[in-house]
Design a protein. Structure first.
Length: 148
């Protein structure tokens, strides 16, 4: 079973973040530039302060008819963030994401974010693992395995 640390070592540990006092418009520009649906929000010490997503923008800016250039990220971000550590398994992360109905899961060491997991990449990883397992079982059943 793969751990978060192993997965991040393979995929990379890039974390796209925005300061909590930045305008929401700046966060949207970064999301568009990086082609991502959420950003980690950090305080002035680069500690995790929250997460801002496209969903936050739609519900807390557009629907409330606020201006994204005048509203700080801290006003619409999700501050009560669910996180995991590098020792967790990917299956545990998928379970947490399903239970909490979230699509992005920051990976933390202390209060520092060392990676972010997206639901899409975890599901894709799970599908590949299942396909490999099926292929290995098919090879075994058909007697096409090599002795080592």
């Amino acid at each position: 079973m793969s751990t978060v640390s192993q997965f991040l070592d393979e995929k990379g540990r890039n974390v796209f973040s925005v300061r909590q006092d930045a305008p929401v418009f700046e966060a949207l520009e970064l999301m568009a530039e990086k082609d991502c649906g959420a950003l980690v929000v950090v305080d002035d010490r680069d500690n995790l302060a929250g997460v801002i997503s496209e969903r936050d923008y739609a519900r807390k800016i557009i629907l409330e008819r606020k201006a994204s250039v005048d509203t700080p990220v801290s006003e619409i971000m999700t501050a009560d963030v669910v996180t995991v550590g590098e020792q967790h398994t990917l299956d545990e992360c998928l379970s947490v994401m399903g239970q909490q109905n979230i699509r992005h899961l920051p990976v933390v060491r202390g209060r520092k974010v060392v990676g972010v997991l997206g639901i899409g990449e975890l599901v894709t990883n799970k599908m590949r693992a299942k396909e490999d397992e099926i292929q290995n079982l098919t090879t075994y059943i058909n007697g096409n395995f090599a002795y080592r």
